[in-house]
Design a protein around this ligand. Structure first.
Ligand SMILES: Nc1ncnc2c1ncn2[C@@H]1O[C@H](COP(=O)(O)OP(=O)(O)O)[C@@H](O)[C@H]1O
Ligand SMILES: [Mg+2]
Length: 269
């Protein structure tokens, strides 16, 4: 991949949390990686290895003790004011739990339109409506959904709403933290297909987090294996899945699939 394509560069990211006994845990313990436009970098590792903390550092929900992130050529961790607002809209996050990530009192059209209202207050309500309808169509939600509430929907439909909301501003980078782990396997498979389709349609770059190697095998172009706060191995999906260098990676590959796996799916995207 060529350097011109570089979207994000993360170096030396560290984040610890205080423990009740007075000690601390290093949730993210020196993580480095580059992200190029159009790729899907999957971060895979067991529960507790630091994946969500890493995602939260990337979208600035959490501040690292150490480390640098360059995003779109800017110093992302020190950006403020206008620069911060312009960068923030280019990076959106999809969360694991589509039940808690949507406000139960907000109608679906309003939830999807909220980022537009915040970032583009000058947009007319009819233009905003058009953008909401377009993005709902892209994620496979019919116009009858506009005035409904999240509780009227299943987990899969809610995750579609969350994806539409993330895409409303047409971001460059989407950080997806276990977006299918809370869903039934067959519904999860549909959401993965949707993410793959949207990547082409919207020119997205994904940082895709999962505890499941069979899941990431379906859409990753590169895979980083995370353990105890560090990347123990990073490489092309083809290399990691077929010729893992670390025995730990092999144990993740040999774990029982939770989703119907499509043969050769990792070449997609
Ligand atoms: N806010 C927090 N306070 C204290 N410990 C935390 C906090 N968030 C995460 N941790 C700890 O950091 C480690 C990594 O957690 P997390 O990033 O959620 O991992 P993963 O998403 O891979 O399951 C775990 O040991 C977890 O208990
Ligand atoms: Mg997590």
């Amino acid at each position: 991949m060529i350097r011109d394509n570089l979207l994000l560069v993360a170096r030396g990211l560290r984040k610890s949390f205080a423990l009740p006994d007075g000690g601390s845990i290093r949730a993210v313990d020196g993580v480095d990686f580059d992200l190029c436009s159009g790729e899907t970098l999957a971060v895979v590792g067991e529960s507790g290895c630091g994946k969500t903390t890493l995602a939260r550092l990337l979208v600035r929900l959490e501040q690292p003790e150490e480390g640098e992130i360059n995003f779109l050529g800017c110093d992302w961790l020190r950006a403020s004011g206008r620069e911060l607002r312009q960068l923030r809209r280019q990076m959106q996050m999809i969360f694991q739990d589509p039940y808690s990530s949507l406000d139960p009192r907000q109608r679906i059209a309003s939830a999807i339109g909220e980022p537009l209202r915040i970032h583009e207050p000058g947009t007319s309500s009819s233009d905003r409506r058009r953008r909401i309808e377009e993005v709902m169509d892209a994620v496979g939600l019919g116009q009858e959904s506009l005035d409904r509430y999240p509780h009227e929907y299943s987990g899969g439909q809610r995750q579609r709403v969350a994806i539409a909301r993330a895409l409303a501003l047409r971001p460059k980078l989407v950080v997806a933290d276990e977006p299918v782990s809370a869903l039934d396997p067959s519904i999860g498979a549909q959401i993965l297909d949707l993410l793959v389709r949207l990547q082409t349609e919207y020119g997205l770059t994904y940082l895709f987090i999962s505890h499941s190697m069979p899941v990431v095998a379906q859409l990753a172009t590169r895979i980083a294996v995370m353990r105890e706060g560090r990347f123990v191995e990073i490489g092309s999906a083809e290399q990691i899945l077929n010729r893992p260098a670390q025995p730990y990676t092999k144990t993740l590959i040999d774990a029982v699939p939770e989703l119907p796996v499509q043969p050769g799916g990792f070449t997609a995207g």
